[in-house]
Design a protein around this ligand. Structure first.
Ligand code: FES
Ligand code: FE2
Length: 375
């Protein structure tokens, strides 16, 4: 039987090396998509003001006590940054260090010293410029465009699928930041297939099956599938050991599966029966991607006597390193102008679906759209 992937080829090398295409993708996919910038709890305390870079855009996240407001990190007077790059401070009001204009945490201009009628100079007012934001499962997402779909709408059925993990209540135990020398798409492609697992991840392949997984039916901006834990393994850990604990609402099958969800363009959620690991991608250059990996556990497990999250942290640190080496090596390979894109195996289906969505977006000069929902 002919499969759709039979005639499919990977993308040409230029897709991973071109500065022009990278700039186009940043604009179309990342700045018009919903991007995770951290957990709401990191910023929510009243007066917290954090400068964060997201898809090359500088934003100011201000905590209001019961949530956050997100603004362009530029003063409305002459554009000085309101919080210095990558800094996080606490102050009751937003204060510009250049000419001392003061704004409320709601972004409204409160005071412009020696310029009392400044607020009247613009019919829209001189408040800080808002950036669209949304909270989902404890994460703060931003969107740098004005006309993107509502975030919860764009997720389709993912919210319901992830409900048994109660992601919004999980506690984050650790973070690792990686500077990966590979194009962001190679990281997504790598996440969407386990063809590479037996050779790239000997430790992972001892605890998880690498074939015969289930592909999920997505109705939103995400793709994913699951693979079974091996019978001999209690958890995703280097020695297969782990706590005898399972998210109570998972059905019997899910409780023995490792579920991989790529929320496009920049978040991977890997959900297991006892913990969750996420990767956030922030593209820096055609051949560079900043990856933030975070580990999340249910409070009940974290507070159980003798529990330590090290088994999960060590496991994914090892797996991450192997993946980044594979992706960097691929980046070097596809950067050779003589490289010719090769064929895809029939089981590289999720990867094929992703590449098809990319090709469609390139063809009609559009943001990434979930083509798979039309099928
Ligand atoms: S640039 Fe901020 S007060 Fe002048
Ligand atoms: Fe991998």
């Amino acid at each position: 039987m002919m499969t759709e992937t039979q005639d499919a080829r990977a993308l040409p090398g230029l897709a991973y090396t071109s500065e022009d295409l990278f700039a186009w993708e940043l604009e179309r996919f990342f700045r018009q998509g919903w991007l995770p910038v951290g957990r709401v709890a990191e910023f929510a305390e009243k007066g917290t003001q954090a400068a964060v870079m997201s898809a090359g855009r500088n934003i100011l996240i201000a905590g209001t006590g019961d949530g956050v407001n997100v603004f362009v990190n530029a003063c409305r007077h002459r554009g000085h940054e309101l919080v210095a790059p990558a800094c996080k401070i606490r102050r009751a009001q937003v204060w510009c260090a250049y000419h001392a204009w003061v704004y409320g945490l709601d972004g409204e201009l409160r005071r412009a010293p020696r310029f009392e009628d400044a607020a009247e100079r613009d019919p829209q007012g001189m408040g800080l410029l808002p950036v669209r934001s949304a909270e989902w499962n404890g994460w703060l997402f931003v969107n740098h465009s004005r006309d993107a779909n509502d975030f919860s709408e764009s997720l389709g059925n993912l919210t319901d699928i992830l409900a048994p993990y109660h992601l919004g209540t999980l506690k984050q135990t650790s973070t690792e930041v990686y500077d990966v020398h590979a194009n962001w798409k190679l990281l997504v492609e790598n996440y969407l297939e386990c063809y590479h697992c037996p050779s790239t991840h000997p430790e992972l392949s001892k605890v998880q099956r690498t074939v015969n997984g289930e592909g999920f039916t997505s109705t939103g901006m995400w793709l994913g599938g699951s693979l079974d834990l091996k019978n001999s393994a209690a958890s995703m850990s280097l020695d297969g050991q782990g706590p005898a604990w399972t998210f109570p609402e998972l059905d019997e099958n899910r409780a023995r599966q490792v579920c991989y969800y790529a929320v496009l363009p920049g978040l991977f959620v890997t959900a297991m029966h006892d913990y969750v690991v996420t990767h956030r991608l922030d593209p820096v250059a055609p051949d560079r991607t900043r990856v933030i990996c975070e580990w999340f556990f249910p409070e009940e497990l974290l507070t159980s006597p003798g529990f330590t999250p090290d088994y999960a942290i060590d496991f994914w640190k090892t797996t991450n390193q192997q993946d980044w080496e594979a992706c960097s090596s691929t980046q070097r390979g596809v950067s050779d102008p003589r490289y010719i894109a090769g064929p895809l195996a029939s089981h590289e289906e999720e990867l094929y679906t992703f590449l098809r969505a990319l090709a469609d977006a390139y063809r009609i000069d559009s943001p990434l759209r979930p083509l798979w929902t039309d099928q």
